[in-house]
Design a protein around this ligand. Structure first.
Ligand code: NAD
Ligand code: AHE
Ligand code: ZN
Length: 370
């Protein structure tokens, strides 16, 4: 079939909207019509050329929601008409990782996914002249139609709006999951969140759900304060306004240090500050942000010797086929809020403007509606 997609032809260039060829689903695969997709900073990171796994031409996008159009041979858990959310972290329920309760990092298709191809080693997308186009994070939601492995789709209820639940495909689940699944924050905790964007605001929402007593937000952009306060931030710190050490300031503000801190910026110096503002003896710092090729984190080992813990999280530690339908229920039941964070919507033709809004700091989440 033919479909319309935003194609990333090369790093650092705007995507181009074009008709592309899409082959039908092979064994174990599913053809999905994407109805809506969010724009995550990770898409921007890859488009910029900073992603060591970035390869072009590719169809980016990994925060979508849509409807099953066709299933390939052997698909048993999904049928035509089902509503689905693509999963960049699949859940095969069989691999060594899925069978270990300590991780959500299913590895069943990780190596081919990282190379931009389906598990059989080929791409379903091509240009009209036949040139192959790579998949991205196994999802490619910047295409109106896409093909995914069955294990990379969460089946969700049909009454949930696509233009909101697409955000559960990354940002919402990552932020709330980092608090609930990775940090396992206890009631009464003090948290510090660096970066009040599409992910950090969901960390804040998660901290409030977990019953944190203090939720400190740190961002260079004061325009983020209103939304962060709405979602539960109790104190705001703009590093530009702090005279002296940011870490010392945060330790003082939290009465000795954060029980839990989170980096949602992708900046390795911020990651260090996040670790070092954690409380001596027990503070835990969770890295969510994705850093550019070549970037490394560092701190004095003494920071860890004296009881701080540094950890990371992917997709908020969520097992997608199991957890994502539950998070959709939380949204539909009013336990979590999504709508205010979706500050802009646009047709696919304007997707590059959505990234401009991200760069200028005007948007929280932009959503493309097909
Ligand atoms: P975003 O652009 O919406 O938000 C980033 C925020 O960080 C902005 O508000 C910006 O002003 C702030 N910021 C930038 N530099 C800062 C600094 N030095 N100090 C304080 N604040 C600063 O991005 P997003 O979509 O929320 O993504 C955030 C990060 O999380 C990105 O690195 C993204 O790649 C990563 N991410 C990781 C996962 C995962 O599974 N680990 C999932 C989604 C996104
Ligand atoms: N390709 C990058 C790594 C990118 C990365 O860490 N991705 C996160 C999800 S970000 C979603 O917005 C993730 O899931 N990581 C685990 C994994 O297996 O990719 C690089 O540095 O090579
Ligand atoms: Zn993302």
């Amino acid at each position: 079939m033919r479909t319309t997609a935003a194609v990333a032809l090369e790093a650092g260039k705007p995507m181009e909207i074009m008709e592309v060829n899409l082959d039908g689903p092979k064994a174990g695969e599913v053809l999905v019509e994407i109805k809506a997709t969010g724009l995550c900073h990770t898409d921007d990171f890859t488009l910029s050329g900073a992603d060591p796994e970035g390869a072009f031409p590719a169809i980016l996008g990994h925060e979508g929601a849509g409807v099953v159009v066709e299933v390939g041979p052997g698909v048993t858990s999904l049928a035509v008409g089902d509503h689905v959310i693509p999963l960049y972290t699949p859940e095969c329920r069989e691999c060594e990782y899925c069978l270990n309760p300590k991780t959500n990092l299913c590895q069943a298709i990780r190596s081919t996914q990282g190379q931009g191809v389906m598990p059989d080693g080929t791409s379903r997308f091509s240009m009209l002249d036949g040139t192959p186009i790579l998949h991205y994070m196994g999802c490619s939601t910047f295409s109106n139609h896409t093909v995914l492995p069955e294990i990379a789709l969460a089946k969700v209820r049909k009454d949930a709006p696509f233009d909101k639940i697409c955000y559960i495909g990354c940002g919402v689940t990552t932020g709330i999951g980092a608090v609930m699944n990775t940090a396992k924050v206890e009631i009464g905790s003090r948290g510090v969140v660096f970066g009040l964007g599409g992910i950090g605001l969901n960390v804040i929402q998660g901290l409030r759900l977990a019953g944190a007593d203090q939720i400190v937000g740190v961002d260079l952009n004061p325009a983020k304060v209103e939304m962060a306060t709405r979602f539960g931030m109790t104190d705001f710190v703009n590093p530009k306004d702090v005279k002296g050490s940011l870490v010392d300031h945060l330790v003082e503000l939290t009465g000795g240090g954060a029980d839990y801190s989170f980096d949602a910026t992708g900046n390795v110096q911020v990651m260090r500050d996040a670790l070092e503002c954690a409380h001596k003896g027990w503070g835990e710092s969770v890295i969510i942000g994705v850093a550019p090729a070549g970037a490394e984190i560092s701190t004095r080992p003494f920071q860890l010797v004296t009881g701080r813990v540094w950890r990371g999280t992917a997709f908020g530690g969520a097992r997608g086929r199991t957890d994502v339908p539950k998070i959709v229920d939380w949204y539909m039941d009013g336990k979590i809020e999504i709508d205010p964070m979706i500050t802009h919507t646009m047709p696919l033709e304007d997707i590059n403007k959505g990234f401009d809004l991200m760069h200028s700091g005007e948007s929280i989440r932009s959503v493309v509606m097909y």
